[in-house]
Design a protein around this ligand. Structure first.
Ligand code: FES
Length: 162
């Protein structure tokens, strides 16, 4: 069904709960992330039928983003899949001291300023980024995920967690 379609360029990001369109001011500088879904503005459809469309929207000072991260970002806004690459939990927590994403299931840690590379715990690979641009102050999808979303078969087996 159309609400399961993956994000596509031109989609707007909306707050996962309220479905209000996100503008720059809705995303706190330095975290925590805002959970969001893509919305097809023509069809007026929020694509929340697939958990793989759940997104983490963060905003930093652009200077804090590394070379790999900056190309997907817009004015310091950088967006990642919220689906843990370990076993697929929602990466719902925030380690505020380090500004890292924290997956509550087995304490996977990802650094959003370094292209969501794994900085702790069992995840086998980074969270894929979703490139964005700004239209006015709205956050708009500008490309496809930089890698597969969630668990890749054969890579998600738990070796280090208990
Ligand atoms: Fe996220 Fe295991 S599912 S760390």
């Amino acid at each position: 069904s159309p609400d399961k379609e993956p994000p596509k360029p031109g989609d707007r990001l909306v707050h996962a709960e309220t479905e209000a369109e996100l503008s720059l001011a809705d995303v706190p500088l330095g975290g925590p992330p805002v959970l969001a879904y893509p919305k097809d503005p023509q069809a007026d459809l929020v694509k929340k039928g697939d958990v793989n469309n759940l997104l983490l929207v963060t905003r930093f000072n652009p200077d804090e983003l590394d070379e790999e991260t900056r190309p997907h970002a817009a004015d310091g806004v950088v967006v990642y899949s919220a689906v843990c690459t370990h076993l697929g939990c929602t990466v719902s927590q925030w380690e505020s001291e380090k500004a890292w994403f924290l997956c509550p299931c087995h304490k996977g840690l990802y650094d959003p300023k370094q292209n969501a590379k794994v900085v702790g715990g069992p995840p086998p690979r980074p969270l894929p980024a979703l490139p964005v641009r700004l239209e006015g102050d709205r956050i708009v999808v500008d490309g496809e995920f930089t890698g597969p979303v969630g668990v890749v078969a054969g890579r998600g087996d738990c070796r280090t967690c208990t």
